[in-house]
Design a protein around this ligand. Structure first.
Ligand SMILES: Nc1nc2c(ncn2[C@@H]2O[C@H](COP(=O)(O)OP(=O)(O)OP(=O)(O)O)[C@@H](O)[C@H]2O)c(=O)[nH]1
Length: 377
């Protein structure tokens, strides 16, 4: 494909900023769908009223009010899907509206339509390579595509094929304690993701311990302590600027002696291009395996969807350094570029485990390929 649309791009009347603004309205419209979701409790996502700062270095979880039951699974599922749809509304608005428009006044897929579709996929951040790949396969099927609905169905099929080809994720209950080291660049949502995962685990009755190994930023220890308290998890923390590997070691030690099921190791955000910081994180990983062979069982890389294709280079470098076993992709609700999910799955051979579609606890969801494509188109 020659990407002829690049030449035409300047002629377009609607700049991306405009699309984002309009999409905000779509987002609120989708909240209505969410509210309709049968029997769903709103998630408790206000963490501003946190309890006092803990003073002991190793702390027990406080007794918290048990969380409200969201009802039986069959009630919960539509609620989660509605959240997913709501979170992906910016991307969906671009993909579906524009695909519908492609077919206005036309009955068959012509060359112009192929070019426009190519542009659409690139705009949603599916990446050049993945887009070319998809377009080649769609071109081969164009005689069978007679309308927008059929085109969306074929696109869903093609995208699902990437998801199906991914390796199986690490099973969660295989080791006790199951040690999860959480890594990523600054501000992608590592701490928040740990907080949400810890809350889910605790809710399932599993004993969770968090090692606050992000000792670089004073506020980070406070932030993770608040999440731990909220989730009913225990926390191991040292003073600011302590050796993060020592915190990680003490975390595993405490988890073994207390019979914790899962340990999350929070690490400081670091640029994947800074050699010394990448060496530091490798040291944390080695230290974990010294105390517990095979640990960390999971190296979870958190990526921010709003950074687009840059997320791919982050993933490649973290993977080279540590061997990433799973990805959590956050902030899909903040972008019209949700196509990055497809790009990540097609270009990296790493399971996408979780996606973040909002700030509430329930907005971090296990990645479900079928639900994702349904929510996308
Ligand atoms: N809208 C939205 N915001 C999110 C999501 N996940 C995380 N955030 C927000 O992203 C911001 C940064 O999250 P943190 O968890 O502090 O990020 P971090 O990676 O731990 O940051 P550092 O420790 O500084 O590297 C916070 O304001 C979170 O609420 C998401 O899925 N959607």
């Amino acid at each position: 494909m020659a990407f002829k649309w690049l030449k035409k791009k300047k002629e377009k009347t609607e700049p991306p900023e405009k699309i984002e603004e309009e999409s905000l309205d779509a987002s609120s419209a989708d909240e209505a769908i969410e509210n309709e979701a049968a029997g769903e409790e709103p998630s408790s996502d206000d963490f501003s009223t946190a309890a006092d700062e803990p003073d002991a270095e190793v702390q027990d979880a406080p007794d918290l009010e048990p969380e409200k039951d969201n009802g039986p699974a069959e009630k919960k599922a539509p609620g989660l899907f509605a959240r997913l749809k709501s979170g992906l509304s910016k991307t969906r608005r671009i993909l579906t509206t524009d695909i519908d428009e492609l077919f206005l006044g036309k009955k068959i897929v012509d060359d112009d339509m192929i070019e426009d579709l190519e542009e659409l996929l690139i705009t949603s951040d599916m990446g050049v390579q993945t887009t070319m790949d998809i377009m080649e396969r769609i071109s081969g099927k164009r005689s069978r595509i007679a309308g927008a609905g059929e085109l969306k169905r074929v696109l869903k099929e093609e995208i699902l094929a990437y998801f199906d080809a991914l390796p199986e994720p690490v099973p969660e209950a295989a080791a006790k304690p199951h040690v999860v080291m959480v890594v990523g660049v600054n501000g992608v949502g590592k701490t928040t993701t740990i907080g949400k995962l810890a809350a889910h685990e605790s809710k399932k009755g599993r004993k969770v311990l968090i090692a606050a190994a992000d000792t670089f930023r004073a506020a980070a220890i406070e932030q993770i302590s608040i999440w731990a308290e909220r989730a009913g998890a225990e926390i191991v923390r040292h003073k600011d600027n302590a050796d993060p590997a020592a915190v990680a070691y003490d975390g595993i030690e405490a988890a073994i002696s207390r019979g914790a099921d899962t340990v999350y190791v929070d690490t400081a955000g670091r640029l994947h291009t800074k050699v010394n910081l990448m060496e530091e994180i490798k040291k944390i990983q080695r230290t974990l395996s010294k105390r517990l062979p095979d640990a960390p069982h999971e190296v979870l890389l958190v990526l921010d969807a709003t950074t687009g294709q840059n997320a791919l280079s982050q993933a490649k470098m973290f993977n080279e350094a540590l061997g990433i076993t799973g990805i959590a992709l956050t902030k899909l609700d903040g972008t019209a570029k949700g196509g990055i999910v497809v790009s990540i799955c097609s270009e990296l051979n790493i399971p996408l485990k979780y996606i973040g579609v909002g700030e509430g606890v329930e907005d971090l969801q296990p990645f479900d390929p079928k639900q994702f494509v349904e929510a996308l188109f």
